[in-house]
Design a protein around this ligand. Structure first.
Ligand code: FE2
Length: 200
């Protein structure tokens, strides 16, 4: 039961000028594809092969003997999630229940955005910045390398990939500019709202 890399939910040019087709080509076509291929090769012929990728991630986290399966499986999952967090019609502010919940838990949308920017900027080295629901409370968290909030019992609502491969071709060392542009123009609040409703 191999894990399939889903098709991108938009054309590789759709996020321009904020994220180039060249970045998407390498990021989706090379990096994400490699995580998926490595994961499938590592679980082939093992009991993990018949389990969902979420179950395999949960079963292998913090197990040094399974680090390859965890890293590639979590990165396969994180990237599939990330592509859905971006939209050519994204950015701006959320509406509806999620908007009210952000105001309640962060004070305002702007305070949430500042927290997300800070988490992304202060993630030392490779990793991710996330908006999660943690037992009904919205939080911004950051994770290193392949780590994912799934294994902390949190429900991801949105994420920003802050591995250099996500932005270096377009922004070089300017990670904060990539994150600010992503928040302003690309975050898919319809996807976040659906995740929020499912987590309630
Ligand atoms: Fe990535």
């Amino acid at each position: 039961m191999a894990y399939q890399q889903p098709s991108l939910p938009y054309a590789d040019t759709a996020l321009e000028p904020h994220i180039s087709a060249k970045t998407i080509g390498f990021h989706y076509g090379k990096h994400h594809a490699a995580y998926v291929n490595n994961y499938n090769n590592l679980v082939a012929g093992t009991p993990f092969d018949s389990q969902s990728i979420e179950d395999v991630i949960a079963a292998t986290v913090n197990d040094p003997a399974k680090i390859g399966i965890f890293n590639n499986g979590a990165q396969a999952w994180n990237h599939t999630f990330y592509w859905n967090c971006l939209s050519p019609n994204g950015g701006g502010k959320p509406s509806g229940e999620l908007a009210a919940k952000i105001d309640e838990d962060f004070g305002s949308f702007d305070k949430f955005a500042e927290e997300l920017k800070a988490a992304a900027a202060t993630q030392f080295g490779s990793g991710w910045a996330w908006l999660v629901s943690d037992n009904g409370t919205l939080k911004v968290v950051k994770t290193g390398n392949a780590q994912t909030p799934l294994t902390a019992g949190q429900t991801p609502l949105l994420c920003v990939d802050v591995w250099e491969h996500a932005y270096y071709l377009d922004y070089q060392n300017r990670r904060p500019d990539y994150v600010a542009t992503t928040i302003e123009h690309l975050l898919n609040w319809e996807f976040a709202e659906a995740n929020y409703q499912a987590a309630k």
